[in-house]
Design a protein around this ligand. Structure first.
Ligand code: CO
Length: 134
């Protein structure tokens, strides 16, 4: 089911400061910030040779990552995104195996304009998993 690692996401309290650390201190290429109100986050992508790092900052009153940032005041690893060929087939197989898909179970359009789903961290070693159809 799993394809390539698409990105690792880090939730941060201050996206501008995090962008500066990656761009200036680590010398990485970082994209311009993008507001995603339907996901309650503002994102930038750090482009690496073999993958991407997604830096997320809460956006709006009901951001789903606000609680995480409140608990992890310096920021922290939030989720891992794996690529799949067929998101609907992956979801059906996962739910048949007893894994929990977050939200309605219907894919949303993610930060790259492609359909995504999230899987419950308690079912996968304490890690929130995002699946992206590529
Ligand atoms: Co992501």
């Amino acid at each position: 089911m799993l394809g390539r690692l698409n990105h690792v996401a880090i939730a941060v309290p201050d996206l501008e400061a995090a962008t500066k650390s990656y761009r200036n201190t680590l010398g990485a290429t970082v994209s311009a910030p993008k507001d995603m109100p339907e996901h309650g986050v503002t994102v930038v992508f750090v482009e690496l040779e073999n993958t991407k790092i997604e830096l997320l900052q809460p956006l709006g009153e009901n951001s789903p990552i606000q609680g995480f940032v409140d608990k992890n005041v310096s920021g922290g690893m939030h989720h891992i995104c794996y690529e799949v060929d067929d998101l609907a087939a992956a979801r059906d197989q996962l739910t048949a195996d007893g894994a929990r898909v977050l939200g309605s179970g219907e894919p949303k359009i993610g930060a790259h304009g492609k359909p995504v789903l999230f899987l419950h961290p308690k079912d996968f070693s304490g890690t929130l998993i995002e699946l992206e159809q590529t």
